[in-house]
Ligand binder design. Structure first.
Ligand code: FES
Length: 204
């Protein structure tokens, strides 16, 4: 079956992409980089973080570029004030659910959330941190899982399921919140896990 090419504009630049391309990749084809967090190349994006928001002419609300299909004639704006404000709000909301102990964190300096906050000039949170503390899972020598820091991007779920074909990790309800659980129990040692470490490799 032949794949049709479609033409759209990204920041007033015309770009031609195969039908089925998402706005994020269409922008990349036009040389425009859109920030992302939950999106990871090669795995299905959950479209949950909303860091990749863009403005599409005719759409009432900002749209997440990573899960929005590009369509013929679409006019996308990636750098308007509205877009920047929306993305900033997305990051602030994630930070409101995240401990602010970067200096004591093993991922200090290799954290995509920290990097995004820095890029956006966010130095303080407007929302109080109110998450209930979850015990850190150190039950295996392979992986330390600190779910207090989880932003529910589900990259780990996708890589475990779709790429490694193991399917150990999955989202589950815990009180009012969702957590990414391992197997049927609380801790990784109780789960079927091949200790490949891919979940930690993709964790932002
Ligand atoms: Fe698009 Fe998270 S990167 S919603």
């Amino acid at each position: 079956e032949e794949i049709m090419a479609i033409t759209l504009t990204i920041d007033r630049q015309t770009v031609e992409v195969p039908e089925g391309t998402n706005v994020l990749d269409a922008a990349a084809a036009a040389g425009v980089k859109i920030p992302t967090l939950c999106h990871f190349p090669g795995i299905t994006s959950p479209g949950s973080c909303r860091v990749c928001l863009v403005e599409i002419e005719g759409a009432r609300t900002l749209q997440p570029a990573c899960v929005t299909p590009a369509t013929a004639g679409m006019k996308v704006h990636t750098h308007t004030k509205r877009v920047r404000t929306g993305r900033r709000m997305s990051v602030e909301l994630l930070l409101a659910n995240h401990p602010w102990d970067c200096n004591a964190c093993v991922r200090n300096g290799t954290c995509e959330l920290q990097e995004l906050a820095k890029t956006m000039g966010i130095t303080d949170v407007r929302f109080p941190y109110s998450r209930e503390e979850i015990p850190v899972d150190t039950s295996t020598p392979a992986v330390v899982r600190d779910m207090n820091k989880c932003i529910l991007c589900r990259r780990c779920v996708a890589v475990c399921q779709d790429i490694q074909g193991v399917g150990t990790l999955s989202p589950r309800a815990r009180g009012f919140d969702t957590v990414i659980g391992a197997g049927a129990g609380e801790n990784l040692c109780d789960a079927v896990c091949v200790q490949c470490g891919q979940c930690t490799a993709v964790c932002p």
